[in-house]
Design a protein around this ligand. Sequence first.
Ligand SMILES: Cc1cc2nc3c(=O)[nH]c(=O)nc-3n(C[C@H](O)[C@H](O)[C@H](O)COP(=O)(O)OP(=O)(O)OC[C@H]3O[C@@H](n4cnc5c(N)ncnc54)[C@H](O)[C@@H]3O)c2cc1C
Length: 402
Amino acid sequence: MTGMQIAIIGGGPAGLMAAEVLSLSGHRVTVYDAMPTVARKFLLAGKSGLNITHSEDYARFAGRFGPTSGRLRAALDAFTPEDVRTWAAGLGTETFTGSSGRVFPKAMKASPLLRAWLGRLEAQGVRILTRHRWSGFADDGFVFETPEGRVVVHCDAAMLALGGASYPRLGSDGGWIDWLRGKGIAIGDFQPANCGFDVAWSPLFSERFAGEPLKAVTATSEAGTFPGEFVISRHGIEGSLVYAHAARLRDRLAGDGEAALLVDLAPGRSAERLTRDLSRQDGKASLSNRLRKGAGIEGVKAALLRELAPPETLATPERLARRIKALPIPLLRPRPIAEAISSAGGIRWSDIDDAYMLKALPGLFVAGEMIDWEAPTGGYLLTACFATGRAAARGLERWLQR
Ligand SMILES: Cc1cc2nc3c(=O)[nH]c(=O)nc-3n(C[C@H](O)[C@H](O)[C@H](O)COP(=O)(O)OP(=O)(O)OC[C@H]3O[C@@H](n4cnc5c(N)ncnc54)[C@H](O)[C@@H]3O)c2cc1C
């Protein structure tokens, strides 16, 4: 052991990864977490299969973090998607690549991986103190609220890995923002990312179709045109295809007060072919029959057309075909951050040096989703949390050796 005491505050994927690196180097590492158990969001991610990373071409992967891709690049280069898979395999979790290129544990859950990981950390001497809520700075130390009362922890160096602000019930509630702002750290307000949106559905439509998936469609926004599926919810729309567009739609709503997701309900057929197929239908037949027989559109897809397209825009085969190919869903607002998969915003890169240390607070490092970056779903979030946890740990080690 080096005898150096390191406090890692926040026991999610970023904090645990930092604990792994630092304990392996012989430092005395204590992880503090506010909740009764660590990594609750990681476990919840496991409920939908735990998309741990992505298998696409690495240059493309590393560009998925928008304008912050450049700042994240060194951390990602040092812990690539392939490294994530090797690391998971080292903990007994073999992974596979799904048809979308996303990578999942074969067990499609997080608990076996987390159990093995916590076992390894314990074997490396990491102490995990749960029910320790960091509540600010005092006397050159970190104050924690614990079941036994208030304690102040002093250490040689520390890392914050407190997560973003989505799903606050799992622990990451952004409660730390004011304490860091009080120290002059610039923090962008948290906003929902990978989120659903509210739509002004008629009561009839939302009652009848909430929970129904729209499969095999494409959706377009400034983010691009992607194939996939999404779900009608009681309030609006959600699901992976919506999340892929969420950042651009959220920013457009914030800037202009309005935004729409453009949906192609029949991506396999051109507008010309649809027009021809619809023209062949009996003009006296009901719209439902013409849609079903002429365009293969029925159920929720047909209902969505009726819900959103004024009747005159469906009056001729040409117009109907045009609507089927480009149906705008007008959005009111993003769903609340408490429901979002992840959050945008957080500690500004301007206040973090290349070693992930806060420039204004030497010896205090940061990692994970609490930093100002965002990415779509697809395993990018967890990979970047692991990678920044490792990069910040390496930065902290270099700082201790300075
Ligand atoms: C439903 C859902 C599904 C998801 N699925 C995926 C997926 O399949 N693939 C993917 O890549 N990503 C997924 N994510 C996102 C991913 O889980 C997060 O990006 C990741 O967990 C963030 O890691 P983190 O370590 O930065 O923070 P977190 O995991 O949020 O951990 C932060 C920790 O800090 C603790 N903490 C917070 N404040 C304090 C305090 N004041 N004192 C002490 N401790 C504190 C919290 O209790 C928590 O344990 C999903 C998220 C959700 C909500």
